[in-house]
Design a protein around this ligand. Structure first.
Ligand code: 6PG
Length: 263
């Protein structure tokens, strides 16, 4: 069995192929992990990109493949809004996936965006400790998106959460949005066994170029600081999003729907 390279770029023909690829990899990893250790822990990201992937996981054939009873769902970040608010990451996941699959309610660990942010972060830290034990949570998979400002989860450029090393989940004031967010910290994300970014669309191309091939500046490009200490990092992107990257000669020739390269 060939070793999985620890940093991979998976280039998908278009957004639909990206969603399908991400959903299939999720299903395969869940099945393999449950077969190996009896449970699968995943932190979902928010934003819009994962929605199509979640819908595919909620439909045949994938909905029957994922071992939902042994799958435990958390979030990488959440907005400070109630769970029924249009901006809620939980609501997006609930409507597109969780409400449609046999995932036991007790397997779903929602960040309480409706509560005082500091208290909600402390409560989620207790959830982490209860599920993973003390220290950093080692998720089997963390899904992330990348904003066009280089943020990921709710680790925004120049924000306080970027400097926190001794906690796994915090409230983070985001000046540009004039709001608090709940977010996993960099050490917590980097403790994962696998992290997958989903990046789609031409609008992300300049930032993806800076993040993957530009100068290292993790405080201005927080996505750059996601490097699992002992795990794999996979960037699943469509051709529009990789348009500015310098790729090995001929990478995109041959017309495959999905091209995997080590980076
Ligand atoms: C959030 C997300 C955030 C998101 C990126 C990309 O709460 O908004 O966690 O980090 O993943 O902003 O969002 P899109 O997928 O909508 O481009």
């Amino acid at each position: 069995m060939t070793a999985t390279p620890n940093r991979q770029l998976v280039i998908c023909k278009d957004a639909a192929t990206l969603a399908e690829t991400a959903a299939r990899r999720f299903s395969q990893l869940a099945r393999d992990t449950v077969a190996e250790k009896g449970k699968f822990s995943v932190a979902l990201s928010g934003g819009s990109t994962p929605k199509a992937m979640f819908s595919l996981l909620a439909a045949a054939p994938l909905n029957a493949e994922v071992p939902w009873a042994s799958t435990f769902v958390f979030w990488s970040d959440e907005r400070t809004v109630p769970p029924d608010h249009p901006d809620s990451n939980y609501r997006m996941a609930y409507e597109s996936l969780i409400s449609k699959v046999p995932l036991p309610e007790s397997n779903v660990f929602r960040m309480r965006g409706e509560d005082d942010p500091a208290k909600a972060a402390e409560e989620y830290q207790r959830e982490f400790t209860g599920f993973f034990g003390p220290g950093s949570p080692r998720f089997d998979l963390i899904l992330l998106g990348m904003g066009d400002d280089g943020h990921t989860a709710s680790l925004f450029p120049g924000t306080e959460a970027l400097n926190i090393k001794d906690r796994q989940v915090v409230s983070n004031y985001v000046k540009k949005l004039n709001t608090y967010r709940l977010t996993m910290t960099r050490p917590a994300i980097n403790a994962a066994a696998a992290v997958s970014f989903l990046v789609s669309g031409a609008g992300k191309a300049p930032t993806l170029k800076r993040v993957l091939q530009g100068e290292l500046d993790p405080n201005q490009l927080p996505s750059q600081s996601i490097r699992p200490v002992n795990g794999t990092l996979t960037w699943i992107a469509d051709r529009e999003a990789v348009a500015d990257l310098s790729l090995p000669e001929g990478t995109l020739n041959g017309g495959s729907d999905v091209i995997e390269i080590s980076i």
